[in-house]
Design a protein around this ligand. Sequence first.
Ligand code: HEM
Length: 159
Amino acid sequence: MSDVAIALALHVLAIVLWIGGVGFATLALLPAVRRLSDLEQRLAIFEAAERRFAPVARGAILLAGATGFYMVVRLDAWRWFGVPAMWWMSAMVAVWVLFVILLFVLEPFFLHRAFLTHARVAPDASFRNAERLHWVLLIASLVTILGAVAGSHGLMLFR
Ligand code: HEM
């Protein structure tokens, strides 16, 4: 079972790095950038931070998915997805799929360009929307983390 413990440790490490980054962007970077008066400076900082963190987040998402899938196979945990008390299993996969679609499909092929174009026309609204989207993602991720840790250590909200 030590392979499962290693997978779990890597899983949690990946989650900390990835969702920690989402937390930093939501609570510090975006509000700070939104308050800058110079639009070019706003876009430059936003772009530079995003360019650096996007590959880290993508790597962490792949690691979290691979280790999560590995644990499901090793623990033969497929039926957990049908147990209401283990709602956090489905929440983990839902959050993961959402981020995969955002970071591997929408962001590189559409969102990035759309944001830059829109930010030049309506900067305040664009940055506000980006912040709102980050808040939704952060809250969904934190609720999932709370559920996963409490649930896998015996807290049952439903039977
Ligand atoms: C394909 C996606 C994922 C799969 C298949 C998956 C699967 C798993 C499995 C099987 C466990 C072990 C549960 C146990 O031993 O009782 C686990 C633990 C955990 N997962 Fe995921 N996971 C995925 C994505 C995520 C995401 C996106 C998050 C956070 C937003 C997350 C957060 C956690 C946490 C915090 C634990 C540790 C629970 C603990 O032992 O304290 N997982 N995951």
